[in-house]
Design a binder for this molecule. Structure first.
Ligand code: ADP
Ligand code: ASP
Ligand code: MG
Length: 814
């Protein structure tokens, strides 16, 4: 004999019921079967809704009733083409009774727990009858037995307790005499000793099956549902969750108690002492292995077995300096809750005993507050304790595993990974059995928390990075293309799962929580929504994904002004935009502080020398205890291009124009030619070396002509380049006669910085600098005579994009 249970989704449509019948038919070949079924998926909720509507005198209860009727009629007709009359007649009879009950509720305005149980019973009564009759119609040896005649309970309506003595006897006797191979039993429903209809609690069909399995002492109980087993965490919340092959009864109980809905928590209880294993299987994928819950000691995948969550939690906090001295405080507190039938899910008590926190279901919060405040009225009036504080909108997340107690540092890992992702923890509890560590967090953080913890404990080998890119012009586009090309490599070799979640240019933005398909990102962006900087931030924040990284590929001050907001949400920043780090010192300091405080890295390697590892090298020198004494550098790819191509055969204007065409200068070439861009770069290097400095502190001797300096517009500026050709030629001739090259040099010496055009003599490391190359020489306490030199292409879309990419990967290795 085998006991199988099929849940609401498994019997939610005629197609799924056909799957169920096929499974039963196959199993029936090798022995007898007791098959427990739930109501058709969603029907219990609809019955309760109709009841509530009727109670409130809302005529919509008739629509809900009609919907329930239609759902059943359709299923019956689809399953039994041309042969459904008898089933329909029975169904009509039951539906008439249901309608009378609803009319009664409507009339008297009352829906008691007792009536509610009567109401929901229709769901399982109908589903079990339809399935059994359909099987008979197909010539199978099947019959329906109403479990209300077998399972006897007390009168604790909506969650009745089973009288096992009577129940076991009933079940054993019935099955002894049953002549059909397959017996279909409605789950969830029962009757009290005095014959009133009761139920075993929401999700209770699992429990019915366990009761039958234990009474018959079968070899195995199978729970068939819509997922392939008990997963490491809810698969609907975490895509990477996977089925646990084997798990102990205690672990399964703990996980289900803390929200893993796949198994109704009391289910384990009847089968545990008999050692009957529970096998969870998927009706939609019968060949999948599923999960075996048993006593077998299993040691797979480390100490944490699963992660679960319960939503709709309220946290009650009782505190007060006089709490220690109140006699029988805990007793009175828990007695009050018990009298009100309020279930306490989590308890934490500060070791000072000045406060105690209780996690309960949010629906009970109001009642809990009023009853506790009433019980402690005197103590509150005397100021010994404060009126109870209630917080709602919370959830509990729990790590579960039999072996956690033997492993150090699990809670440390749990809380640090939650903290890193800016998930605030309101309360913590660790069960005395150490099979469970739970935390209360905001409900809005649950998805992020489950994903973070799942990654931490089950996918430690891969880290997901969620990237949001603003500015997909020249450099941004290359970055996206590079990511597209490298995604597979990163996953396989660096265990980084890099996903682009948001993209924006100045007009449009697009988001996809599962990662934007990079093959078609341009079309998707074109068809995206209207972009705003704040809108981009809001969406990034509300998606609330772990390891989120905002990538700024603009040169826009308004974007830089939002960094603080991003950092405060623990969203890391990677920027080639120089504005933030070269803004006033207070702002730079603030961003650095926020980055530390919120554990959100701020990386801007490409601010200096594009993809060259200049800032990273400098940071490493400082971190290892070195001190920078001097920096000599050529940092402008555009000015290098200009002065490497300018001579007495060319015109200064033509060369500058050409630099623009080739993408070496900003649209406004004055930013490059005035030296401001280089000044910003040396400022950033000086700051990263540990010096407090502002842009105004940098000495900037311009090589531009007087008129060039004064020009108001880009056009005027270009005109001065033509008019002042002689001035620029004189710069060239002066250098040429001394056998020197013109280079635009940035210097930092003993706390002072300057930028300006210099005549570089032959033999100097700057002399032979080609094309748009950059060079930086660091003189430090360790590099005294021979500087550390970094040299290479310091401009261009590809190298800048790869510098941004490298920063993103740095974050991944963090
Ligand atoms: P049934 O109708 O078959 O009783 P339930 O809806 O009661 O099914 O339970 C199955 C659902 O439980 C899954 O669809 C899934 O959303 C949810 N669930 C929550 N946590 C887990 C988990 N750890 N493993 C598997 N499913 C889970
Ligand atoms: N139909 C009941 C419910 O929805 C019992 C069950 O499905 O297990 O709660
Ligand atoms: Mg269920």
């Amino acid at each position: 004999m085998k006991v199988l249970k099929f849940g609401g989704t498994s019997v939610g449509s005629s197609k799924n019921i056909n799957n169920v019948i096929n499974i039963l038919e196959n199993y029936g070949k090798s022995g007898n079967i007791a098959c427990v079924v739930s109501a058709v998926g969603g029907i219990t909720d609809k019955l309760l809704l109709a009841g509530k509507q009727a109670q409130k005198k809302d005529d919509a209860f008739i629509d809900t009733f009609n919907l329930i009727k239609d759902i059943h009629f359709n299923i019956i007709k689809e399953l039994n083409p041309g042969k459904y009359e008898a089933i329909i007649n029975y169904t009509i009879e039951k539906l008439n009774a249901l309608k009378s009950l609803l009319d009664g509720i409507y009339l008297i305005n009352e829906l008691s727990p007792k009536t509610s149980d009567k109401l929901v019973s229709f769901g399982e009564i109908l589903s079990s009858f339809i399935i059994a009759e359909t099987m008979k119609n197909r010539g199978l040896s099947a019959n329906r037995k109403n479990s209300q005649e077998l399972i006897t309970t007390n009168s604790n309506f909506t969650k009745a307790e089973v009288d096992y003595k009577i129940t076991n006897k009933n079940i054993q006797e019935y099955f002894k005499s049953a002549s059909e191979k397959i017996i279909i039993l409605p789950g969830f429903i029962s009757k009290s000793k005095s014959g009133e209809q009761t139920t075993l609690g929401r999700g209770g069909s699992d429990f019915t099956a366990a009761i039958v399995a234990a009474a018959l002492n079968v070899e195995q109980l199978e729970i068939w549902t819509d997922v392939s087993g008990m997963f490491t965490t809810n698969p609907k919340m975490v895509k990477q969750a996977y089925p646990i092959e084997k798990i102990s009864y205690q672990e399964a109980m703990e996980l289900s108690h803390f929200g893993a809905k796949v198994l109704y928590p009391p289910t384990v209880q009847p089968v545990l002492s008999l050692g009957i294993p529970i096998h969870i299987k998927n009706t939609l994928e019968p060949e999948a292995v599923g999960t075996i819950i048993s006593n077998d000691p299993v040691n797979t995948n480390g100490p944490v077995k699963g992660i679960s969550n319960i939503n709709n939690i309220a946290l009650l906090t009782l505190q007060g300096s006089g709490m220690v001295g109140i006699p029988g405080f805990s007793k009175r507190l828990f007695e009050t809750l018990s009298q009100e039938k309020i279930n306490v899910i989590l308890i934490t008590q500060a070791s000072s005993e000045h406060s105690i926190c209780l996690g309960i279901e949010a629906k009970d919060a109001e009642l809990a507050k009023s009853s506790i405040d009433a019980v402690f009225e005197n103590e509150i009036a005397l100021g010994k304790i404060d009126p109870i504080i209630v917080e709602t909108g919370l959830s509990i997340i729990a790590l579960v595993g039999d072996n956690m107690k033997n492993h150090q540092g699990i809670s440390g890992k749990m809380f640090s990974s939650l903290g890193k992702n800016n998930i605030n923890i309101r309360a913590i509890a660790q069960g005395a059995s150490e099979k469970n560590i739970s935390a209360v967090i905001l409900e809005s953080d649950v998805k992020k928390a489950l994903n973070t913890l799942h990654e931490q404990f089950f996918e430690s080998k891969t880290k997901q990075l969620n990237v949001f890119i603003t500015g997909v012009g020249n450099v941004g586009e290359r970055l996206v293309e590079q990511i597209k090309q490298q995604r597979k490599y990163l996953k396989e070799n660096l265990k980084i799962n890099l996903r682009v979640i948001g993209l924006s240019n100045s007009r449009k933005m697009v988001f996809n929580e599962d990662g934007i398909d990079l093959k078609t990102w341009k079309e998707q962006l074109e068809n995206g929504e209207k972009a705003t900087l704040q809108g981009f931030f809001d969406r990034t924040k509300s998606l609330n994904l772990r390891n989120s990284i905002f990538v700024d590929v603009t040169a826009n001050k308004d974007v830089a002004d939002l960094y603080a907001q991003y950092l405060k949400e623990s969203i890391g920043i990677v920027a080639c935009n120089k504005i933030a780090c070269s803004s006033d010192f207070d702002n730079y300091k603030l961003l650095k502080r926020l980055s530390l405080e919120y554990n959100a890295p701020l990386l801007f390697e490409t601010n200096v020398g594009a993809g060259l590892p200049i800032i990273d090298t400098l940071n490493n020198l400082i971190a290892s205890g070195d001190k920078v004494t001097s920096i000599q550098a050529v940092l402008s790819g555009s000015l290098n291009f200009v002065f490497n191509n300018f001579n007495n055969q060319t015109k200064f204007y033509d060369v500058v124009k050409q630099a623009g065409v080739e993408g070496y200068t900003e649209p406004d070439p004055r930013i490059d030619l005035s030296g401001v861009d280089v000044a910003r770069k040396i400022l950033i290097l000086a700051r990263e070396s540990g010096t407090q400095m502002d842009l105004e502190d940098i000495e900037n001797t311009s090589f531009l002509s007087e008129a060039g300096l004064k020009s108001d517009t880009v056009d005027d500026f270009y005109k001065t380049l033509i008019a002042d050709e002689a001035h620029y030629q004189s710069l060239y001739t002066s250098a040429k006669t001394k056998n020197c090259q013109l280079k635009y040099v940035a210097q930092f010496n003993n706390g002072k910085a300057s930028v300006g055009l210099q005549e570089i003599p032959e033999g100097h490391p700057f002399y032979n600098l080609q094309g748009s190359d950059n060079i930086v020489m660091f003189y430090t306490h360790r590099y005294v005579n021979q500087p550390m030199i970094i040299k290479g292409a310091g401009a261009g879309a590809d190298v800048t994009a790869s510098g941004l990419f490298a920063d993103i990967i740095r974050l991944g290795n963090d």
